[in-house]
Ligand binder design. Structure first.
Ligand code: ARG
Ligand code: GLU
Length: 717
């Protein structure tokens, strides 16, 4: 009985799940309406006429954005637009520090490489994708067959010439869906608040509630004169969307229905207990410890050097973001006893399987096999984490890699191809140099290579590395001195770029003598020989088992409502606005206000400074139509099941109006990627009224608000 109750605890809850928009009517509409939704599934997703989905974009492939005016204005998070803001910032025009607002369309700044993608329609293509696939196939044969089937769709999928499509696997490869897309490549920066607002509280507040961040930035989509996607051109015009979101000034009460519509990146909800245990005990702790070291180095330099602060701001934020999340994840999995719950669930699964001869035959050994495979992959997964977390952090390796690629082209494709490739290499190196400081990198090399070498078993250490370490008494600072001193590639970027232009062969010859690069090549070779092959073999085995386990669960655990893991495709998640009990005696409210910004205010602080103008607006309670009862709402939380990639996603009210921007989750519930728990999993949104207040009253960019459609104005004061 106890076991069964515990098992129920792991079945899907009302608020759990990231649902495919095309099945909302079938699977979710009834429940959504019972939770307060006033619109229909067809208002959300409809391929025959404009629906909410036509206002949602994948922003650059890593975040979500939404269209909020009929002139193509797009809202996303500050941290999603941050790369653009950073690219246009210099010490003299410091948009990171001061914010940026285009006063008219002429001042909007193009961002080469940035794009937004709309989803035109979604189709189940499982039959086509899996045609001819048999259980006897190896994983390799299987994926080759599927790739071929999908490639065949190129000629048959109905779409316009300017549209594209992609196919993704769902439910661990049991189903396949097709997404017809429209991608706009002329996306210009319209505005961003200063970091002191857009990233208020920085890393200390990140993944935490209560939160007081105005995490938004604004862009505009430009199209050709025919409103179709077009490459950047001064002739392009603001895009006229099929649908733009109305914005509600009404605010949210506890219990109100909300949904979040966007592109969640990756979750793993259907892992067995053994895999979850490994994440908690092995992988997360190792990655956290390596990042501890890297962050310590970068932070030290950023605090004392304004130039390094600009150069490394984005890198730091992204390293620290996952680092902190993993810590929350381990805590949350521990506090909710995720592994025990999974074990109870698995016992129930096994019991039912054993009771049915056909199931027993097919699925009887599944959980045991999974457990064995996860045990086998353990050390290789750990070696992968060490390798990735170390190698990708050291820029000297990335710089060398660019030249290695170039040398490879020369060797394989001859002189002409080589000469043609040089400009691209110059561009890529220039990009790397922009965010590179030799002092920082040298220190990173010292600290990370030392940890890499000391922590790992001999089998994963390249002989060249061992020899190097031994001959220097494991003094990595000495090794770094030797590697970095007098090395042009690592110290004199401008010179290298000029030389590449003038005599690329000479630069390649110099790189052959580059000791950091020589080490990099040995590390790569050893990793391929000892880890890559083993890992991909074991991973293929695990993928196959997980796919069968997924199918089996759907057959055996019939009462459970299954949703596919996030895979960067368009999803809807819904829940109610609600506070939570964080731990014994600690209960959190669901709204935060500008008063909280002022409580956290630390003059001159790196994370908690507050711009003077915002302090004045606060003092005068000068909130315009955006405040409520003399207070300025800032953020709120709800039970929506979100993950990375949902950043910038619209939070919509029961009528489908925009009420906020999703940007984070609460500390206690960051394990929702692995095991959602309704008692402590909450997503964090910035209130749209705060966004408008900052644009209008703080930045004086009210002309942008004029473009938007505001509703429920009367309900606010
Ligand atoms: N934790 C949020 C997400 O995963 C926000 C990250 C940006 N903010 C920051 N302080 N690094 O993207
Ligand atoms: N901040 C995350 C992002 O960049 C969203 C928050 C989350 O992971 O829940 O997508």
């Amino acid at each position: 009985m106890v076991a069964f109750l515990l098992f129920l605890g792991t079945a899907a809850h009302a608020d759990e799940g990231m649902w495919l928009p095309l099945f909302l009517q079938q699977l979710n509409e009834k429940q959504m309406r019972s939770m307060g939704m006033k619109i229909t599934a067809a208002d959300i997703y409809n391929i025959n006429k404009g629906s909410l989905k036509d206002a949602i974009v994948s922003f650059g492939g890593f975040c979500t954005g939404e269209v909020i005016s009929d002139k193509g204005l797009v809202l996303t998070n500050h941290h999603c637009g941050f790369d653009a803001v950073q690219n246009h910032s210099t010490l003299e025009r410091n948009y990171i520090r001061d914010g940026f607002w285009a006063k008219n369309k002429g001042e909007e700044i193009p961002n080469p490489g940035l794009f937004v993608t709309f989803i035109v329609r979604i189709e189940d293509v499982s039959k086509t994708a899996l045609a001819g696939v048999t259980p006897a196939m190896t994983e390799q044969e299987r994926s080759a067959a599927i790739d071929k089937n999908i490639a065949g769709l190129k000629t048959t999928v109905k779409r316009e010439a300017y549209q594209d499509f992609f196919v993704r696997s769902f439910f661990e490869g049991n189903q396949y869906f097709l997404f017809v897309t429209e991608t706009y490549k002329d996306v210009r920066l319209v505005g961003a608040p200063p970091s002191a607002i857009g990233n208020f509280g920085k890393d200390t507040d990140n993944w935490m509630w209560p939160r007081h961040t105005g995490d938004f930035s604004m862009f505009r989509i430009y199209a050709g004169k025919d409103n179709k996607p077009a490459d950047f051109s001064n002739e392009n015009v603001p895009y006229v969307p099929k649908k733009s979101l109305s914005i509600s000034l009404g605010g949210m009460k506890e219990g109100d229905f909300t949904m979040v519509f966007g592109f969640p990146g990756r979750t793993t909800q259907y892992l067995p207990a053994a895999a979850v245990d490994q994440i908690m005990q092995v992988n997360d702790p190792a990655k956290i410890a390596i990042r501890d070291k890297a962050l310590g180095v970068i932070d030290g330099f950023m605090r004392k050097d304004e130039k390094i602060k600009i150069q490394y701001a984005a890198k730091y934020a992204s390293i620290s973001n996952a680092w902190k999340k993993w810590q929350g994840e381990v805590l949350g999995l521990t506090s909710t006893k995720a592994v025990d719950k999974k074990k109870v669930y698995e016992a129930e699964f096994q019991k039912r399987v054993n009771a049915n001869p056909a199931w027993k035959e097919q699925y009887g050994s599944l959980l045991g096999d999974l457990e064995t495979s996860y045990a086998e992959i353990n050390k290789y997964g750990l070696a992968r984490d060490y390798f990735n977390e170390t190698i990708s952090r050291i820029e000297a390796f990335a710089l060398g890699a660019q030249l290695n690629n170039l040398a490879g082209i020369k060797q394989k494709n001859g002189d002409k191809a080589f000469k043609d490739a040089v400009p691209k290499t110059i561009d890529r190196l220039a990009d790397l140099y922009k965010e590179y400081s030799p002092e920082v990198d040298k220190q990173l090399f010292t600290v990370l290579m030392e940890k890499f070498t000391k922590d790992q078993p001999a089998e994963f250490l390249a002989p060249e590395l061992v020899a190097l370490a031994k001959s220097n008494d494991y003094n990595f600072s000495k090794i770094a001195d030797e590697f970095y001193t007098g090395n042009d590639l690592l110290n004199a970027g401008a010179k290298v770029l000029a030389n590449l232009q003038a005599n690329p062969d000479l630069v390649l010859m110099a790189n052959d003598l580059n000791k950091a690069n020589q080490l990099f090549i040995s590390l790569n070779a050893h990793y391929s020989a000892t880890v890559t092959r083993k890992l991909s073999g074991l991973q293929a085995k695990i993928n196959q088992l997980q796919r069968t386990y997924m199918k089996a669960q759907m057959e055996v655990m019939k009462e459970r409502k299954f949703y596919p893991d996030a895979n960067s495709t368009l999803r809807v998640t819904y829940g109610n606005v609600k506070g939570y009990q964080a731990r014994d005696a600690v209960k959190y409210d669901f709204y935060s206000y500008l008063d909280g910004v002022m409580e956290k205010y630390k003059p001159g602080d790196y994370e908690f400074d507050v711009p003077e103008k915002l302090r004045t607006l606060y003092k005068n309670k000068d909130y315009g139509p955006y405040g409520k009862n003399g207070k300025m709402p800032v953020c709120f939380i709800a039970m929506n099941h979100t993950t990375g990639g949902n950043s910038g996603s619209p939070a919509l009210d029961a009528s489908g109006n925009l009420v906020g921007l999703n940007f984070d989750r609460v500390w206690e519930g960051t394990m929702s990627d692995i095991n959602y728990d309704p008692s402590i999993c909450r997503n964090i949104m910035v209130d749209i009224r705060y966004v408008l207040f900052i644009i209008d009253k703080y930045a004086g960019a009210g002309h942008l608000v004029q473009e938007m459609k505001l509703v429920n104005k009367g309900k606010n004061p």
